[in-house]
Each structure stands twice: as C-alpha cells, then as structure tokens.
Design a binder for this molecule. Structure first.
Ligand SMILES: O=C(O)CCC(=O)C(=O)O
Ligand SMILES: [Fe+2]
Length: 294
C-alpha cells in the first residue's frame, strides 16, 4: 500500500538525537558576576556562598503562572543582568555540531540566548518538567555546567521512553542541549555545588530548499499520487469507495500551537517534514501542519 511505503521511505531519513552532549575546556569560558567578580574554575565553596548571597529562589512556570515551591524547584537563581558571559570561538563550533546531531539542517543556525544562571547547593534539585518555549523561534534548551567539584545533581532527560543521564565535571565545562519537548530533571546534589548557565536555543534559517533535490522526493511523490488515486476498499462491501481525500502523518515530537511551523520542526521530524513537503509540492498536493490529540 502506498501509505506503508511512504512511512518506510520517511523512516530511512530519520536519524536524530533528542539530546546531545559536548565538553569544552575551562579556558573557553569566562563568567563575571557583579558582586562576586570573575568566577574561578573549579568554582570554590567561597564563590558559591557569594553567588547564593546574590541569588533568589528560582521560579518555575505552571500553565500561565510563575511559582516558587521548594518541593518542586530548590535552586538559587542569580539575576542574569548581573552576569557577563564570554566564550571563545570553540562555542560556535560546538553549537554547530549540536545542530547537526539534533538533525537540524545545514542551512540553519542555533542562536543561544542566556536565560539564567543557577546554583544548586548540596541537597538542591529540580523535579521533572518540560521547559516552556519562551520565544517563537525556541526549539531547544542548552544547559552549561561550570567546572566544580560535586557529586549527584545529574541532569536526567527523557524522550520517547528513553532516559539519558548527564553529569557535570570538576575541571571542564559540560554542555547538554535537548529539544524543548523533552521532560527533564536535576536530581539532588549529593556533595559540593553545581553551577549552571541555561540558554534558550533559537533556530534561524530554513532547510527546505535542500530537500527539494533529495533523491527520495520522486518516490515519495509517487506514493502520494498512488494514495490519492487508488479507490478505498470498503469493509463488508463489494463496491469500491472513492479514493481518499486526506493523508495524516504523525510526527515524533510534541509541538505547541506557538511553536508549530515548518522551519521549527524538531529532530527526525525536520528531515521528514522537509521531504514530505517537497514531495507534496511535486505531486500537486496541499500540505499543512496541524496539532493532534492522541
Ligand atoms: O540546571 C539544569 O541542569 C537545568 C535547569 C532547568 O531544567 C531549567 O532551568 O528549566
Ligand atoms: Fe528545565
């Protein structure tokens, strides 16, 4: 059947991670905090105490509300207005590698926007949650863990039944990027202090042009043509029905009404969406994105 063949063809194009990890040297990053001065790595207990004095209890979003509740999120947040972060050019290279591993097209770019600077002292944590998309172009979150001596405090990320655990390092910077629809949590820090910078990753650019030339587009267009011209077999009837008027293809990631757009599909959906769109155009079909409750 044309539908099954189409799904098989699209599966081939879908190798993408939902979270990715990189490591950078402590010398690739400088962080200066008003009131605490330049952070020295690994972050010392004394500097952690200074940061705590500058911070407030971190809030979290629930629906339209912004709340504080130490049972849900027990973390200190330092106002980002008092923080200046500088990276060497190695950071841009890391972001581009992450873009590729997340399955985002070559013509696109991930732009980091600093969201917060967080301190987790021993015992502190953030329970499982999903980040809200704070900007129309936001597709992912980047968590940068500054070098510090600590145990526990792993960042645990779930997606489609798989769980991955990432831990910070004592002498190097660890970076984890994950799609905004992944549930994640920070488990309690067992010893020491964990300090992170969080960034919203905004996606700019469009990979659609490259898809039109892809060798699979012809086969996919043929499947669409077959689907829309083959009469439906009606159950319990000898009569043949009309050909179908629609074809729904379910994507892997979740989207908000705000974030649903061809240029901001996530992971394996990116390549599939671009191919399907190119095939629909070639087959003369209309294609649109929609939200489904299943
Ligand atoms: O500190 C972290 O590793 C993650 C924090 C987090 O999940 C958030 O700020 O939404
Ligand atoms: Fe989060």
């Amino acid at each position: 059947m044309a539908r099954e063949r189409l799904a098989e063809l699209l599966d081939v194009s879908a190798a993408a991670a939902s979270s990715v990890y990189r490591k950078l040297s402590a010398t690739d990053l400088s962080v200066v905090v008003d009131g605490a001065g330049p952070l020295r790595f690994p972050v010392s207990d004394e500097q952690a105490v200074q940061l705590r004095g500058l911070g407030h209890r971190a809030r979290f979003g629930r629906g339209e509300q912004t709340l504080t509740d130490p049972e849900v999120r027990d973390t200190w947040e330092i106002p980002k207005e008092s923080v200046r972060v500088e990276w060497t050019e190695a950071f841009a290279a890391v972001l581009d590698g992450m873009r590729a591993e997340l399955g985002l097209p070559l013509h696109c770019e991930l732009t980091p926007e600093l969201h917060s600077i967080l301190l987790y002292e021993t015992g502190q944590f953030f329970v499982a949650h999903q980040d809200s998309e704070k900007d129309d172009a936001m597709v992912a979150t980047l968590v940068v863990t500054l070098p510090s001596a600590h145990t526990g405090g792993e960042l645990v990320i779930e997606h489609q039944g798989q769980t991955k655990k990432y831990r910070g390092l004592k002498t190097a910077v660890s970076l984890v990027a994950f799609y905004a629809d992944c549930r994640h949590q920070v488990v309690p820090v067992k010893t020491g202090n964990r300090v992170t910078l969080t960034y919203n990753l905004l996606l700019t650019g469009d990979g659609q042009d490259a898809a039109a030339e892809h060798p699979l587009v012809g086969d996919l267009a043929a499947c669409l043509h077959a689907h829309f011209t083959t009469p439906v077999v009606l159950p319990y009837s000898r009569r043949r029905g009309d050909p179908p008027a629609r074809l729904a293809y379910l994507l892997d990631h979740e989207y908000t009404a705000r974030g649903l757009s061809w240029s901001r599909l996530k992971g394996s959906d990116t390549a599939r969406g671009a191919l399907l769109r190119a095939a629909a155009e070639r087959a003369g079909c209309e294609i649109t994105l929609a939200l489904a409750e299943i």
